[in-house]
Structure formats: structure tokens, C-alpha cells
Design a protein around this ligand. Sequence first.
Ligand code: SF4
Ligand code: SF4
Length: 373
Amino acid sequence: MYSEPDRAAFLPLTQLASLVARLMALGYQCLGPAVENGAIVMRQLDTPDGLPRGLQAEQGPGRYRLTQDSHQRYFAWASGPQAIKPQAFASRESLWRVERDDAGSLKFAAVLPAAPAQAIIGVRACDLAALALQDAHFLRAGRRDPHYARRREQLFLVAVQCAEPAATCFCASTGDGPTPSAGYDIALAELANGFVAVAGSAKGDAVLTGLDLSPATPQQIDAARQQGKDSATAQTRSLPGRNLRDVLMQRLEHPRWDAVGTRCLACGNCTAVCPTCFCHAEADEPALDGRSSEHARLWDSCFGEAHGHLHGFSVRPDIRSRYRQWLTHKLATWHDQFGRSGCVGCGRCIAWCPVGIDLTEEAAALTAGEGPR
Ligand code: SF4
Ligand code: SF4
């Protein structure tokens, strides 16, 4: 974020609303943090000064509680349950529709989403890394998903450095945070009296230029850099290595899979909150009059019995094998597909697991005895 310090600007706290106002004036629907059912989620901002202050999120295995930030910062909260996955990969959408005309002929038509231009304010480094993985899946050469692409093209991302990691965060160990390094239009680092702001795209540069900001001083840039280092050091969880592929695939019969299989409820929460999970199911939804039908895509989870159902039998009949499928895909075979692990260290699967299963703890137990990787 600070590779070109001479391009960093300083956005005073009092001018944060003017950044939102500028984005609104450019036609963006602005999304920012909002409290819903006791958790921070991304919701549409009605006014430029609608961003909440003073929220923090205390997290642990199976635990998430909002608390007050005594410094009244805008972005002192670590990751909420939602990431920005739903803004590009909708949790439910129609892919195509078929209608029967009076002569009985069927007419098929693609259903493409109406995707408004959206600016998301408060995106974290782990979410950007996860979005890059979703891009690698949905926009891969020859298999470009038009529904995902249409939404993705419309996103303007205002990222924020995480200064207050939750106890569940471990993005420093995966190399994905806490300071945003790529994939943003604008990145902010919140200091006591304002934000060090850096553009990461031509669109972001045009927005910052329009705000007529002063350059950030070397002291402000150093403070933001140091804040990122302190935040990384403050993280208490980590994975045993960035590439666990071989060791995990050699331990498919490790007794730890039985132990975790007895604890796991197969509820699928971890896959719903994970910003990199992209499994889905498809379903046909016929109208009652029999004249039309929609073909829908819905988020699905590899923890569901039906997800592993193949022509009359299930390839993963027990919870042990479903947990193993999830973890070995995420931390092992993802390397074969995408050249890196599928975990960006956001910690959501730990906080939102109702029985507090901790992926870092499971990975450490499963790889124990191996040297550093
Ligand atoms: S596996 Fe867990 S920690 Fe890793 S990206 Fe998914 S939700 Fe975040
Ligand atoms: S690991 Fe936790 S969140 Fe995931 S399916 Fe099992 S019980 Fe649910």
C-alpha cells in the first residue's frame, strides 16, 4: 500500500463523508458497515455521513460480540460474518428461464442480473485476497461466469488496513494482510485524526484527485506502516505453513479426522461465512401453471449430505469425510487448482462455528511432527 509514498494523500476524519459523497455523486450505490442482528454486515449507506464509529468485534472460537471502541474509530472492527462474497457471487440467483408458448414450444433465455455500480467501504485485505481467488474461479479462461462477471465489473473497493485484529485473525500467517497490498481502488489506513489514502487503480486515482487532498507526510506514512506491522504482530493464531498440501494428503487416515468428525455438526456455517468457498447447487423452480420455469443457482456446502450424492449413493456419507473434504480442499488441493491455499486467514470459520472448531488448531494437529513449510 505504501510502495509509492509520494502518491499517498491524507484524508482528514472530517472529510471521510466527502469521499462517500463523491462516490455517490459518481453514481455508486455505497455500502458500508452496519449493525444487524448483533453483527457487522455491509449495507447500503443512505447518506455520506452514515458510517458508524466506535464499533469493535470481539471474537473467539464460536464467539462474536460487538463492543465499543474507546477511540471512536470508524474501522476498529475486524471481519464481520459476511465478507464481500455476496456482492459478486450472489447467494441465490436465476441463471436462465424457460417459457412454453401457446403452440407448446419452449423458449429458453438467459437471465442476467441487474448489477448496480457499488462502492464498498471498509473492505479488508483478507477479503481482497479472497476476491482474487473467486475471480480465479469464476473468471477463468474459457469458463467466464457472466453473472459473477457482471457484478464484479461494477465494484469499486475502498479497502481499510486492519489495525485491531480479532483473536481469530491469522492473515499475517497466510500472507494476505493486515495491510491491503493489491486489488483495491482506494486503500485507507486510519490514524487518530484521519486516513492515509492510496489509489490502487485509475478509477481510485480519479476519485482521490477530485477530493483535492494534501499529500500524506512522511510521519503519517510511517505511522500507518508501523500500525500494519503492529497489527500483524498482535495476531495470535497462525497456520503451520503456507503449503500444507503434501502433508495433509499423506494423512488422510489420521485419527484427528475421527475426533473432529465427532464434534462437527455439519451445519455448513464455516462454508457460508468463508469468503473463498464457491460451491453451489442448482435447482429448477417451475411456476404452478406449468408455463414457465427458472433455473436457479444457490450457495451450497460440502458439509451437506446432498452435496456428495452421486447417482444413488453418497461419496461422503459421514461427517468425518465431509470435514476432511473441506479442510483438504481448502488447505491442500486448492494448491493444484489455484497455485495457493484457499485460506486467507480471516478467521470467520472459527468465530461462526457453533461448536468452536478452530481450523488452525486442526491443521496444527494434523501436520504435527512436520518441519516448517
Ligand atoms: S477457511 Fe476460515 S479462515 Fe480461511 S478464509 Fe475460509 S473462513 Fe477465513
Ligand atoms: S466445522 Fe463447525 S461450522 Fe463447519 S460444519 Fe462443522 S460445526 Fe458447522
